[in-house]
Design a protein around this ligand. Sequence first.
Ligand SMILES: *Cc1c(COP(=O)(O)O)cnc(C)c1O
Length: 256
Amino acid sequence: MSESTSNPPSSAAATASSVEDFRAKLSAVRARLEAAAQRAGREASEIRLLPVSKTVPEERLRNAFEAGVHEMGENKVQEAKRKSENLAELGIRWALIGHLQSNKAKDVARFADEFQALDSLHLAQALDRRLQTAGRQLDVYVQVNSSGEESKFGLEPGEVAGFLREVAAFDSLRVRGLMTLAAHTDDRDRIRECFRIMRELRDAGIQEGTVGDGQLSMGMSGDFELAIEGGSTCVRVGQAIFGARQYPDSTYWPGN
Ligand SMILES: *Cc1c(COP(=O)(O)O)cnc(C)c1O
């Protein structure tokens, strides 16, 4: 960890704040990403690093931006909307990566550049209507519950093929691929199994021509290297770049 005199002592230890801190964190994560790609015999350039900025205050995001973070993932609409407004002059690309209620579709249609948690036709319909009105298109990923954990959002694997066929009817939604949160466990084989299920679903979608260019958004701070070995084309990394979050993830995901 770098010692930065401009940080309050409490956050200096674990939390990246200065531009310099962010540069260091980013290059450390990129180095891990590249090493994982190499182990998997893949090109690092085909794997996108999506920094996840949820809960991180705007002042710190300005520094992250300066350090090269030009797209950010958020999982709550209100928070993402506020940040997109207050940081508008930076031209950040905003990816919404969390569960969305249909009644928030209007907001998302306005500010989001991408939505990674599409999980119902009702929502697809609401988004499509709002996007038509706004004269926009939106890149979307279909969220899949690959772990079978009840606390996770997303379609069951068996529902994915049919859903992809139906979602093709919505002109303003550009399906780019599939997204998942792997099992929350230390059991690496269980995590690998989640990624394998995703790859199969993606390959089936490519065969059918229903999954756009077949992107796979999977992998977070704790498992992104495994995800890269499992075929991920987009890793969503929060804490490894921004530092540990103060809130438990149950704040974001429903509990059992
Ligand atoms: C928070 C979050 C991430 C990033 O998690 P980290 O552990 O901070 O890397 C990735 N994907 C989704 C959907 C999230 O909500």
